[in-house]
Ligand binder design. Structure first.
Ligand code: NOS
Length: 461
């Protein structure tokens, strides 16, 4: 319930800014995974020559046909997934310490500038000829660093978001979902432009440069808006009496979607706890263990959800090809049915949490519900993958893959956004920043576990 003295989010500027910032944080990951065919073409250049074609294929899709002929010597999909997620894990952990010493503006603006420079470097690399091994090493190094900065950026932004009402976290998470759709559309546009391979790839990698640039502008705009200022200033005054009163008011009026009897009871309990803990004290000591105890169900849910998702997406799903004879359909099958569908449905799944937070913050079954998604692992492994050695193709029809992908991605979006939105509701307001940092760490842990598992599942194909 908005308070009388609260400024309004005029023209939804702050909402839009968080949406764009969410988008900015996931541009690196999504642009790299969607461009897998481009990277594979370059890594397969020697085999191209063997096939009597020394020039590279003239678009992303042609490269897909080539990759099925060339051995996946570099295991690119798996290494890319792992080297994107490991620095995320390490740097979100690092961020939970450095956030006290390095001002938030330096962390956020600095990492966005670093990401921008690395994207420019990737775009330049498109034009530079080099042998496959050097290209692989350079690409992996870029992926590592770009994701390291991305981790600092995400950790800091999630911390910042805990100062705002929950709606803004949902928007940020929706923006993250949008990044994938943005990358998939950029890929489709490049593919259908008919331009040659280098122009296509260059145009494709210039897009996230603009995306990141716009995110930087949006971040600085945030500090100029009264509405954002109102919440941002909470971090500086959270020991003041005003904040204490506001906190109590918020506790007594938990989020609209939580306004049921259980929610009210919880609010009163939290209020008592807040009073017992002396919320008005000058310095409030926040115990990570206490926060962890409160949010472990949410943390486990996000680890399981991302663990399952990253173990097959994109390492295995990017290998699924169409069974159809239609050349046009075959060419666009994976970019559309794997990446575009995943990202749109993931985005929808994330957005559902702005309408409902079922089954609510007190449900103990969330991790179990998330674990049911494990069924998608064998389902995708049995789809039409030409590289099968041990497994048969059980789901020959393209429709199966599309159906699995739809359910897989909506549930991913929902079970990612749900714990991220519910976790702050389980803690006291002054524990919000610690909760944000911890949840980002568990999010990254889930992604890394999934990336690690993807090597195992791929070996079973
Ligand atoms: O750094 C990250 N932060 C949050 N979510 C991520 C990150 N990297 C990947 N995903 C999520 O993993 C799924 C597969 O792409 C998507 O849901 C994407 O948003």
């Amino acid at each position: 319930m908005p308070r009388k003295d609260e400024p309004q989010d005029k023209f939804y500027f702050v909402t839009i800014i968080f949406l764009i910032l969410g988008l900015g944080t996931l541009l690196p990951w999504n642009f790299f995974i969607t461009a897998i065919p481009y990277f594979q073409t370059r890594l397969c250049s020697e085999i191209h020559t063997l096939y009597g074609n020394s020039s590279k294929s003239n678009d992303f899709s042609e490269s897909r046909n080539v990759t099925t002929q060339c051995r996946d010597e570099f295991n690119f999909n798996n290494w890319m997934t792992l080297l994107a997620q490991l620095p995320l894990l390490l740097c979100t952990l690092l961020n939970s310490f450095i956030y006290q010493w390095i001002p938030e503006r330096v962390r956020i603006a600095g990492s966005m500038l670093a990401i921008l420079s690395l994207f420019i470097f990737t775009a330049v690399l498109v034009e530079v000829e080099m042998d496959a091994q050097s290209f692989f090493d350079l690409t992996m190094a870029t992926i590592w660093f770009i994701n390291a900065f991305c981790a600092i950026l995400q950790g800091s932004l999630f911390g910042l978001l805990t100062l705002f009402p929950q709606h803004y976290s949902s928007m940020f998470l929706s923006g993250q979902g949008m990044a994938g759709t943005f990358a998939a559309l950029a890929m489709l546009l490049s593919m259908s432009s008919g331009a040659n391979h280098q122009t296509t790839a260059l145009g494709y990698f210039v897009t996230p440069c603009f995306g990141t640039f716009i995110s930087i502008i949006c971040y600085f705009l945030l500090y100029r808006l009264d509405f954002a200022q109102y919440y941002l200033s909470k971090s500086n005054t959270n020991s003041s009496k005003t904040y204490e009163l506001e906190t109590k008011a918020e506790l007594l009026h938990p989020g609209e979607e939580n306004g049921d009897a259980a929610g009210q009871k919880k609010a009163v309990l939290l209020l008592k706890e807040a009073e017992a803990g002396g919320i008005g004290e000058e310095k409030q000591s926040i115990s990570v263990c206490i926060v962890l105890k409160k949010i472990w169900v949410m943390a486990l849910t996000i680890v399981i959800t991302f663990g399952v998702t990253l173990s097959v997406f994109p390492a295995i799903t990017a290998k699924v090809v169409s069974n159809s004879e239609d050349e046009g359909w075959t060419k666009f099958f994976n970019p559309v049915c794997c990446f575009l569908i995943f990202n749109i449905m993931d985005w929808i799944g994330r957005s559902i949490t702005s309408k409902t937070l079922w089954p609510g913050p007190d449900s103990k079954y969330l991790p179990l519900l998330a674990a049911i998604r494990f069924i998608f692992v064998p389902l995708f492994m049995l789809c039409h993958i030409p590289d099968h050695i041990y497994l048969p193709t059980f789901f020959q029809n393209d429709a199966w893959f599309i159906i699995f992908m739809i359910f897989f991605s909506v549930s991913n979006g929902y079970f990612v956004s749900l714990p991220m939105c519910l976790a702050p509701k389980k803690v006291l307001p002054h524990e919000g920043e610690t909760t944000g940092a911890l949840m980002t760490f568990f999010l990254a842990l889930g992604l890394s576990v999934g990336a690690g598992l993807s090597f195992g599942f791929k070996a079973l194909l």
